[in-house]
Design a protein around this ligand. Structure first.
Ligand code: NDP
Length: 240
């Protein structure tokens, strides 16, 4: 059995591609999701990958679910914090609920999951953590103070935890995707999306596989010297 990888939000979009690519490369994958049971069931039928339903923003639920996975499947050696949401709106119209939901789901989730696996990784002297940030966390984006703050926070979180894990064989890296063709981006109005594509030098949206390939690189046993980095994969839209 290959190393055990938990991919949050691993049943759709970028997460689905990460789950599948890890499985194809010999890892034992558990794909988490929040509530879309139908998508999760179809995902398992298509891929044969086991799923685990829990809300990454709920500390107790994350802790319990990760303990369950570790006692039934085995120790989680690879964690990909991919689950994320948007709740866009300009600051003067944004209510606290939208702010808080995005911060809890995109950023506090990283604390919740990492807290649950970090002691085991330290004991075993091995771990690979990859956090999915965003170009909008690097560059900011109109109507996304919540999302940009959460994603920017992920990049700081990554560097701090990387320093803590380095001597224990635990690497922590982030990926900052640009615009990738998933449900999240398909929800953007077509005229707005067309304008965004014009700002991408390679002239297209990214594909989920563009991101998954980088996760595969970062989680490899051989990638132990790569930690605290942020890989920008955005078609040249923002050169950071
Ligand atoms: P999708 O909306 O396509 O898929 C989101 C996945 O996350 C689903 O599996 C969903 O589960 C899960 N999820 C959402 N909320 C929770 C929660 N509270 N607990 C557990 N799982 C949850 O997203 P994308 O593939 O587009 O995005 C994946 C990541 O990449 C996100 O972090 C996003 O911010 C980031 N990103 C995406 C970009 C893009 O252009 N698409 C660009 C930059 C970054 P369910 O099916 O149950 O809803």
């Amino acid at each position: 059995m290959g190393r055990i990888a938990l991919v949050t939000g691993g049943t759709r979009g970028i997460g689905e591609s990460i789950s599948v690519m890890l499985k194809e490369n010999g890892y034992t994958v558990i794909a988490n999701y929040a509530g879309n049971d139908q998508a999760a069931q179809e995902f398992t039928e298509r891929t044969g990958i086991q799923t685990s339903k829990f809300d990454v923003s709920d500390f107790d639920s994350v802790t319990k679910s990760i303990n369950d996975i570790e006692s039934t499947v085995g120790p989680i050696e690879i964690l990909v914090n991919n689950a994320g949401i948007t709740r866009d709106g300009t600051m003067h119209r944004m209510d606290f609920e939208k702010w808080n939901k995005v911060i809890q789901t995109n950023l506090s989730s990283c604390f919740n999951t990492c807290r649950a696996v970090i002691e085991g990784m330290r004991e075993r002297s091995f771990g690979r953590i990859v956090n999915i940030g965003s170009v909008n966390g690097q560059a900011g984006q109109y109507g996304q103070v919540n999302y940009a703050a959460a994603k920017s926070g992920i990049h700081g979180f990554t560097k701090a935890l990387a320093q803590e894990g380095a001597a224990k064989g635990i690497t922590v890296n982030a990926i900052a995707p640009g615009y990738v063709a998933t449900d999240m981006v398909r929800a953007v109005p077509a005229d707005v999306l067309a304008k965004i594509v014009k700002t991408i030098p390679v002239g297209r949206l990214g594909e989920p596989e563009d991101i998954a390939r980088s996760v595969l690189f970062l989680v490899a046993d051989e990638a132990g010297f790569c930690t605290g980095s942020t890989l920008s994969i955005n078609g040249g839209q923002h050169m950071y």
